[in-house]
Ligand binder design. Structure first.
Ligand SMILES: Nc1ncnc2c1ncn2[C@@H]1O[C@H](COP(=O)(O)OP(=O)(O)OP(=O)(O)O)[C@@H](O)[C@H]1O
Ligand SMILES: [Mg+2]
Length: 468
């Protein structure tokens, strides 16, 4: 059983800090939840089963980092992780996906993850085997067959092959190996059987029903003789090597052990992030009837057993969700947390509020994270050969304008920055290549620049219409 990666809560928060500004409470909550998975592994097995994950509900206005936290957490967790939007389960005419599908997706993730790991682990061996097969293909048939057909070589005692013959053949093979490794044979082509799927992977309608029975229909099909086609193809050595390595790696990895490990990992450290959960709450109480509310309530009721712990059939076997961690998030603008079914509320015992972003926060969002917007734009325009620098005063002005728009129109949090900055660099973006060709390569975006670019927009009464 593999342990979840052991980052301490502080380390997890530090990692999240590189991308997300503020929201300390939310970061701490998810960090502790993640660490608790690891702690659970250290607990006496009898107790271990009793330790249930404490599911988390993130509540906060739009555009303040809820989804972003989930996205970063997924990278950190090194555990099977899926993110779903609760609202998609209520879409009119949305057929074929039920709430259980999130667990099936999680399992799919787990299998993919474990398979990747195991294939990496056998990579060296696969490379070796692939090289031997390449040499077999490259070694002229005549030389090979004469050596093998040397009288007695098959029937006689081992090592009966005449030293000169065998030695010669070995020598050729080693010489060839040296050339192969040095890349001297990269222009040569070899012929090999390439497995081909007939057309794109077959999509079977109503697959889900079959999946629920635990039958792997796709795999069954692909195992049938007509599902796979092998075709002789001539490939250049480097390409052939890739094909052979992949084939060998696949042969070395045992599917059953992949599935077993994946199942274990999903059940003990899987994380499901349910975004937009407020969209399935019914304002005016979960009991109200009519229209979409029925399906919203339905989605909530379907979620109950999953979150509580139940068994979902997947094509890899039944998956128990008792120890899967659920993190839900929602803005709860229209509906309130209390509009969720009480039973569902109860299953998210840890509730964390995310703060609206202040002007200072916006300024930091703009400049600090590793993927900050100003860094992105500098990099993009850098591709044109321009050296674009956002000065402190420039960034502050963008933040100030974003903040005032958030105050006057709707508060859409950090998303407002995207709109404002796009407007600021619009002219520059359009003319970047010409500017780069006519000297002036360094461009400072300071307060004056920002003001000048937004002048027409700022003069307008309907400011928000311009910028949104
Ligand atoms: N605290 C923050 N730090 C850094 N970037 C942020 C922060 N909050 C929001 N952003 C940026 O703003 C954008 C929107 O954020 P995100 O998707 O997390 O919003 P959300 O809270 O999930 O909102 P919604 O309720 O509308 O889904 C993203 O590009 C994100 O990078
Ligand atoms: Mg979101």
């Amino acid at each position: 059983m593999t342990e979840p990666k052991n980052l301490t809560p502080q380390e997890i928060v530090a990692e999240l800090d590189r991308y997300i500004v503020g929201q300390a409470a939310a970061k701490r909550a998810v960090a502790v939840a993640l660490r608790n998975r690891w702690r659970r592994f250290r607990v006496d097995p009898a107790m271990r089963d009793e330790v249930m994950p404490k599911n988390i509900l993130l509540v906060g206005p739009t555009g303040v980092g809820k989804t972003e936290i989930a996205r970063r957490l997924a990278k950190l967790a090194q555990a099977p992780f899926v993110k779903v939007e609760a609202s998609k389960f209520t879409e009119v005419g949305y057929v074929g996906r039920d709430v259980d599908s999130m667990v099936r997706d999680l399992m799919e993730q787990g299998v993919q993850m474990v398979r990747d790991e195991q294939q990496k682990a056998v990579q060296a061996k696969a490379t070796e085997l692939a090289e031997e097969r390449l040499l077999d293909l490259l070694l002229p048939k005549s030389a090979g067959s004469t050596a093998i057909n040397t009288p007695g070589s098959g029937a006689g005692p081992v090592g009966f092959v005449t030293p000169s013959d065998g030695g010669h053949r070995e020598g050729t093979r080693e010489k060839l190996r040296g050339m192969l490794r040095a890349g001297g044979l990269d222009d040569k082509a070899v012929e090999l059987d390439v497995q081909e799927r007939s057309g794109p992977p077959m999509q079977i309608f109503g697959n889900q029903g079959v999946e629920e029975l635990g039958i792997n229909f796709q795999e069954m099909l692909s195992n049938l003789p007509f599902g796979k086609k092998s075709k002789k193809r001539k490939l250049k050595v480097p390409e052939a090597r890739k094909v052979l390595e992949a084939e060998e790696a696949q042969k070395l990895v045992d599917n059953d052990s992949v599935n077993r490990e994946a199942l274990e990992r999903v059940q003990t450290s899987g994380i499901v992030f349910i975004d937009e959960i407020d969209k399935v709450a019914s304002p005016g109480g979960a009991g109200s009837h009519g229209g979409p509310d029925v399906s919203r309530g339905g989605v909530q009721r379907d979620l109950l057993p999953l979150v509580e712990g139940s068994t979902v059939n997947t094509k890899y076997g039944p998956v128990k969700t008792d120890h899967v961690l659920f993190i839900a998030a929602g803005a709860f603008h229209v509906s309130k947390v209390s509009d969720l079914l009480p039973e569902l509320q109860g299953r998210f015992p840890i509730r964390v509020e995310l703060e609206p972003l202040s002007q200072g926060d916006l300024m930091r969002v703009l400049t600090e994270p590793k993927n900050a917007l100003t860094k992105q734009y500098s990099a993009l325009l850098g591709a044109e050969g321009l050296d674009v620098v956002f000065t402190e005063s420039g960034a502050a002005e963008i933040a100030r304008i974003a903040q005032s728009l958030n105050d006057r129109a709707q508060n859409i949090g950090a998303r407002r920055l995207h709109a404002v900055i796009e407007k600021v660099v619009e002219e520059l973006s359009f003319h970047a290549s010409e500017i780069a060709n006519t000297g002036g390569k360094r461009i400072e975006i300071d307060e004056a620049f920002v003001k000048a670019q937004l002048k027409s927009a700022l003069a307008d009464e309907d400011l928000e219409r311009y910028i949104l």
